[in-house]
Design a protein around this ligand. Structure first.
Ligand code: ZN
Length: 61
């Protein structure tokens, strides 16, 4: 059965009690849910990247 979604699925990453929504692609890579361009091999790098997005938007306020 065709899914037509390039084996991408949504996952919830739990980091220090904070839940982050992310996309997992090709089984082992995490894709940034914000810019959708960055790919990461582990949750730690993904979270650091998401946090940097959050901090950037706080500075803009
Ligand atoms: Zn990003």
């Amino acid at each position: 059965m065709e899914v037509g979604h390039d084996s991408e699925k949504e996952v919830i990453v739990d980091y220090a009690g904070s839940l982050f929504r992310a996309h997992k692609v090709r089984g082992s890579l995490y894709a940034c849910p914000i810019c959708k361009n960055a790919l990461f091999y582990n949750e730690k790098d993904l979270i650091r990247h998401i946090v940097s997005h959050a901090m950037a938007s706080e500075e803009a306020i």
